[in-house]
Design a protein around this ligand. Structure first.
Ligand SMILES: Nc1ncnc2c1ncn2[C@@H]1O[C@H](COP(=O)(O)OP(=O)(O)O)[C@@H](O)[C@H]1O
Ligand SMILES: [Mg+2]
Length: 268
């Protein structure tokens, strides 16, 4: 994937149902190469579902997704990662007993397809690649401000650092598109500042475009080129942060009186 251009992700009339619950309804959205696309919306709006449908965790019930011209619909999550899309999870999915460095190294191994067991046992090509991959890990630790924690057990770290370890591991896959699901949730002001710096770095470097799902609307407005707003599974508007900030539909979505919509006060 090295040297390839960041990809265009085209989401076309995507639908996702869980029994009677409509998580996504005809969502159409294009993520252009080189842009940071923010996705906001009240709790339960379908933000995580959108990432899950794009990355193959849940097969969509309608519509399609294409990445750099390749249809993703129907592909396994592993095959979708191989097209250049990496993600982080709203609830961390780190190997808590491994060190930070080992977690990031695991991302490198996964990229090369050696798998966890061979990597852990140091078998065959995994062993031969080990030294080279270790060299890849250090710049990622530096970018994510994690050098000081490299030898700590990932599970023992404060939440904000764990979030950055997840980002480092995702970046170890050398994605051309990175999907971040609430990277700032539950983190400190310092973590938030680090996150802004990292996203701006990725944006400036141009090697990896970013889709940022966040509850922290201010953060999204600060780093995004465009912002999409989901509400009740629908994409109600996509525009620049300046326009979004004053859009009547967005204010209505956030100021709705329903309980599931009442969380905007924490994030505005
Ligand atoms: N695995 C699932 N099973 C059943 N319902 C789900 C599942 N995932 C999400 N949903 C439902 O889909 C809707 C959207 O959820 P989600 O995508 O998590 O929203 P958000 O990330 O915007 O808070 C919610 O009503 C949620 O309860
Ligand atoms: Mg979510």
């Amino acid at each position: 994937m090295k040297g390839s251009l960041p990809g265009e992700l085209v989401i076309d009339r995507l639908g996702l149902r869980f029994g009677g619950v409509v998580a996504l309804r005809e969502v159409s959205l294009t993520h252009h190469p080189d842009e940071v696309l923010g996705i906001i919306g009240p709790n339960g709006a379908g933000k995580t579902s959108l990432i899950n449908a794009v990355t193959g965790i849940y097969p969509p019930s309608a519509g399609s997704v294409r990445y750099r011209g390749t249809p993703l619909t129907g592909l396994s999550p592993e095959s979708i990662v191989a097209t250049g899309i990496a993600r982080t999870f709203q609830h961390n999915q780190l190997c808590g007993d491994l060190t930070v460095r080992e977690n990031v190294l695991l991302g490198c191994h996964l990229r090369l397809g050696y798998g966890v067991v061979k990597a852990a046992l140091g078998i065959g090509p995994a062993r031969r690649a080990e030294r080279r991959l270790r060299g890849e890990v250090e710049p990622l630790l530096e970018l994510l401000n994690l050098e000081h924690a490299a030898d700590e057990r990932a599970g023992s770290l404060p939440y904000g650092l764990q979030k950055r370890v997840e980002m480092a591991r995702a970046l170890a896959l050398r994605p051309t598109t990175l999907l971040l699901d609430e990277p700032a949730a539950g983190t400190s002001d310092a973590d938030r500042a680090a996150l802004v710096r990292i996203i701006k770095h990725l944006r400036g470097e141009g090697s990896c475009s970013v889709v940022l799902i966040e509850h922290d609307v201010g953060l999204v407005m600060e780093v995004s080129d465009r912002v999409a707003v989901l509400d009740w599974g629908e994409c109600i508007v996509v525009d620049t942060p300046e326009v979004i900030a004053t859009d009547a539909r967005v204010l209505a979505a956030y100021l709705g009186v329903d309980d599931t919509h009442a969380d905007v006060s924490e994030s505005a």
